[in-house]
Design a protein around this ligand. Structure first.
Ligand code: HEC
Ligand code: HEC
Length: 335
């Protein structure tokens, strides 16, 4: 018996040492990304205007990097917060920690080199090489065209400073260790020619990160076999839960019966300056879908997204868009 206990103690000791060693290794050796590239991005008018378009209407950087008024439909940006960060993504919304979007205006980025900003957007580490949590879909940006990222950086340099200091983000255990292995070197691509509508549409869909919200999550991981089939759940600050729609071409539960025109019209409905986002009261339907931002997308880009989505495998998956607080029952596998 004594001998058994001694062996058990040794085994436990080895295990503990092993785990501590592994954790230290992950913390010291990761994130494994290259040094920030040595680049200087010239601020040409073409770049700034392309960057403004992408940062607002396609990649919607400004949506996350401003504070939002969740008392109104689709959470419009609060006055004076444009690019200043401070929007919180926390456990209530299904994240493994509290992540706060950063200030992207010159007030905060003036000491960052273009290369450091480029690396943050496409690899997911900050100026000091510390891992960022992929609330920001940097794995998608990693597949963008270099010139599109340059355009976004050029635009960021022209923003008006918002003088706000954002508190640090914090991951819960064990994400505070795992987060270090998430950043990766980018694998950039060339923007496809718009005449290849499906391929070009795939490029825009990736930059707009539709897949992020429109893929169901299980145990904190996206279920990629059901990509775009919807059902990802988001807790709303005003109570209740919204679930993303199935945007695969399934005719019954997805958008297989939609026409290109109906798709474009759905987005453009929010572009009209006469659209004033209605107030949302406690327990009423609201959405995380950044309708107002995407509504600025060019019709040809929306049409290309539609063509790409229609080229996907239809997945039958019925999603209930909204559950109010009172009839909510937790999903079988909570995140
Ligand atoms: C879905 C929300 C979301 C989108 C979209 C998004 N970001 Fe972020 N971003 C964040 C969050 C949250 C953080 C902080 C992550 C953390 O602290 O781990 C962040 C971090 C950053 C950082 C690091 C700044 C720092 O001080 O460490 C940069 C730079 C950045 N984002 C730029 C962009 C750009 C440019 C785009 C568009 C191409 C973009 N983001 C799109 C949410 C988003
Ligand atoms: C931040 C999360 C988020 C992102 C990013 C996002 N969506 Fe959504 N989307 C939702 C949610 C939640 C809903 C359901 C509520 C609603 O209708 O607004 C939705 C609804 C929709 C609908 C309405 C479907 C219907 O049956 O009425 C369409 C179409 C759609 N999204 C397409 C897209 C496309 C295309 C993109 C990328 C350009 C995208 N979404 C990006 C969260 C998101």
């Amino acid at each position: 018996m004594k001998k058994f206990l001694r062996i058990l103690a040794y085994v436990l000791l080895i295990l503990v040492v092993g785990i501590i060693g592994l954790i230290s290794y992950v913390k010291l050796a990761f994130p494994k990304v290259d040094d920030a590239p040595d680049i200087r991005i010239e601020l040409t008018p073409e770049r700034i205007s392309r960057g403004q378009y992408l940062a607002n209407s396609v990649a919607a950087c400004m949506d996350c990097h401003s504070t939002r008024d969740w008392g109104k439909f689709s959470g419009p940006l609060k006055d004076g917060s444009y690019g200043g960060g401070g929007e919180v993504f926390n456990q209530k919304m299904g994240f493994p920690g509290t992540y706060i979007s950063k200030n992207l205006t010159p007030y905060a980025l003036k000491n960052w080199t273009d290369g450091e900003i480029f690396r943050a957007i496409t690899s997911g580490v900050n100026k000091d090489g510390k891992a960022l949590f992929p609330v920001m879909p940097y794995h998608n940006y990693a597949r963008a065209d270099r010139e599109d990222i340059y355009a976004i950086i050029a635009y960021l340099r022209t923003l008006e400073s918002v003088e706000s200091d954002v508190p640090p983000s914090r991951s819960d255990f064990p994400m505070n260790i795992i987060i270090n292995v998430i950043p990766k070197n980018p694998s950039l691509s060339d923007k496809p020619d718009p005449s290849d509508k499906i391929k070009y549409g795939g490029y825009i869909t990736n930059l707009a990160s539709c897949i992020e919200c429109h893929t169901p999550m299980e145990k904190g991981k996206p279920v990629l076999s059901r990509a775009f089939a919807g059902g990802r759940e988001f807790g709303l600050p005003t109570g209740g839960f919204v679930h993303s729609a199935n945007i695969t071409p399934d005719k019954v539960t997805g958008i297989g019966n939609w026409t290109e025109e109906a798709f474009i019209t759905r987005f453009k409905a929010y572009a009209d300056s006469s659209f004033i986002p209605p107030e949302i009261h406690h327990g009423e339907f609201n959405t995380l879908m950044p309708w107002m931002m995407y509504s600025g997308m060019k019709e040809e880009d929306l049409a290309a997204i539609f063509a790409y989505l229609q080229s996907l495998q239809p997945i039958h998956h019925k999603v209930e868009r909204f559950t109010s607080v009172s009839d909510y029952s937790p999903p079988p596998t909570p995140n």
